[in-house]
Design a protein around this ligand. Structure first.
Ligand code: LLP
Length: 427
């Protein structure tokens, strides 16, 4: 179920270009995005849901990949944006999204950040009563259309860190408090028009998602009946998973859409809530499998174990170290080669946890080879850092064989840009 192409030379093809040639020309480590794959992923979800329910919107979760070019593609596709910070709002505006196509779902945001969002004309999705009360104190905020994120007490995700519903979660208001909170919002002069939830990330099993839909719809029904709120939109968040290992199954998006929309419509009818816009916020599903991280092997070392050393590390792709995530690795000049031995693939960061793979079955690899780490489109560059004083890598985007640089590689000067040594230390 892992998606990749091989060209006539037997090399990995990315968007009609040869991965080896791209690495040669732009250097490594390098993020390479296949533009059409992003568009196809977006269209697949959009189609699947609009086939079932016309008034449907995708709010692409920008945090997965905030590259301007990526955002621009989604802007062209007609997507809206789920933004979690003023920086993401700003980036979305720069990519051409108008304020009303952006939903700001912050967690523990400051009053200044709320002001920023209001000034930018984006929709604000509130995470707490504190946020509501502080919003009410901002001059001119009265009458604003708002929504609340609700914790439906259902959570799921590929790792504990990525489960955002349930008793341990810091997100949202409690579902049994919802009526009261919406009433309070009305008393404070706001116009609540939406309800939102997001249960977690990296979910391949539709069941928890389906359960959350039903819980949220029942909460919405109560809020509608008891607080008199007419919902313009209901947002079920993101979380749609993609396979990372060759064995993992694909989410059947058409079946998924049918089931979710079915539940949605049943609950709309049950609670007599009209036909509000249905929203979801996929990030990973849209961009995850569209990019590769190309990295070069610089060391083959036989120590107590056999290590392949590459010129990228957890500064470039944090997921394996942070969540123990599996990312499939291809050898760019023989992506289909059969494994011959189990090897550890290690990064260039000075920590033992800096491993892309432990005892991974891989074909023969030699120094100078280019490796392509798969599924590097989501939560990859967006979580990268300069740790170990390694400048951030470059990013390119490929379409029909044309390669464009979308982010220049940082240099050493970028490491100390914005820093000062106090004058007194230089005396
Ligand atoms: N909506 C909200 C409110 C979110 O917090 C998130 C993700 C999404 C949508 C999109 O979730 P997705 O469709 O991409 O699963 N760094 C982690 C993932 C963290 C996700 C945080 N929130 C990882 O690398 O797996």
């Amino acid at each position: 179920n892992l998606h990749f192409k091989t060209n006539e030379k037997g090399n990995l093809d990315i968007g009609g270009a040869d991965a080896l040639e791209i690495a040669q020309e732009y250097g490594t480590p390098l993020y390479v995005t296949d533009e059409m794959r992003v568009r196809d992923n977006y269209r697949r979800v959009y189609q699947a849901f609009t086939n079932e329910y016309e008034d449907f919107k995708i709010f692409y979760a920008a945090k997965a990949n905030t590259s301007l070019a990526m955002m621009k593609i989604l802007e062209q596709e007609g997507s809206c944006i789920d933004a979690v910070s003023p920086g993401e709002i700003y980036t979305a505006l720069m990519a051409g999204f108008e304020g009303d196509r952006i939903l700001y779902t912050g967690n523990n945001v400051t009053t200044e950040e709320l002001k920023f969002a209001l000034d930018a004309g984006v929709r604000v999705n509130l995470d707490s009563v504190s946020m509501l009360e502080r919003l009410a104190k901002i001059p001119g905020a009265e009458g604003t259309k708002i929504s609340f994120r609700v914790n439906p007490m259902v959570g799921a995700g590929h790792h504990d860190h990525c489960i955002t519903g349930g008793e341990l979660s810091k997100f949202g208001i409690m579902e049994h408090e919802a009526v009261q909170v919406y009433q309070k919002a009305i008393e404070l002069g706001f116009k609540p028009v939406g309800i939102h939830t997001h249960i977690g990330s990296g979910i391949l099993d539709p069941e928890p998602f389906k359960l959350a839909v039903q819980v949220l719809m029942d909460v919405a029904g109560r809020v509608n009946k008891e607080a008199g709120v007419t919902f313009e939109f209901i947002d079920f968040g993101g979380g749609l998973g993609i396979p990372y290992t060759p064995e993992e199954g694909l989410l059947d998006i058409e079946k998924f859409a049918k089931e979710i929309v079915g539940l949605y419509q049943d609950k709309l009818a049950e609670h007599n809530m009209g036909q509000p816009t249905m929203c979801i916020e996929p990030g990973r599903y849209i961009v995850g499998d569209a990019s590769y991280l190309l990295t070069q092997v610089n060391t083959v070392k036989q120590s107590y174990r056999k290590f392949i050393g590459v010129n990228a590390g957890f500064n470039t792709l944090l997921r394996p170290t942070m969540y123990g995530s599996y990312h499939h690795i291809l050898v760019a000049d023989k992506p289909e080669a059969e494994p011959t031995e189990n090897i550890d693939v290690a990064g260039n960061i000075c920590e033992s946890g800096d491993l892309f793979a432990r005892a991974r079955p891989l074909p023969e690899i030699k120094e100078g080879d280019i490796l392509a780490i798969m599924n590097a489109g989501a939560y990859a560059f967006s979580m990268a850092s300069q740790y170990n004083s390694r400048p951030l890598p470059a990013e390119v985007m490929v379409c029909d064989g044309t390669v464009d640089i979308i982010r220049e590689r940082e240099n050493f000067a970028d490491l100390y840009r914005k820093q000062n040594i106090p004058l007194r230390l230089l005396k």
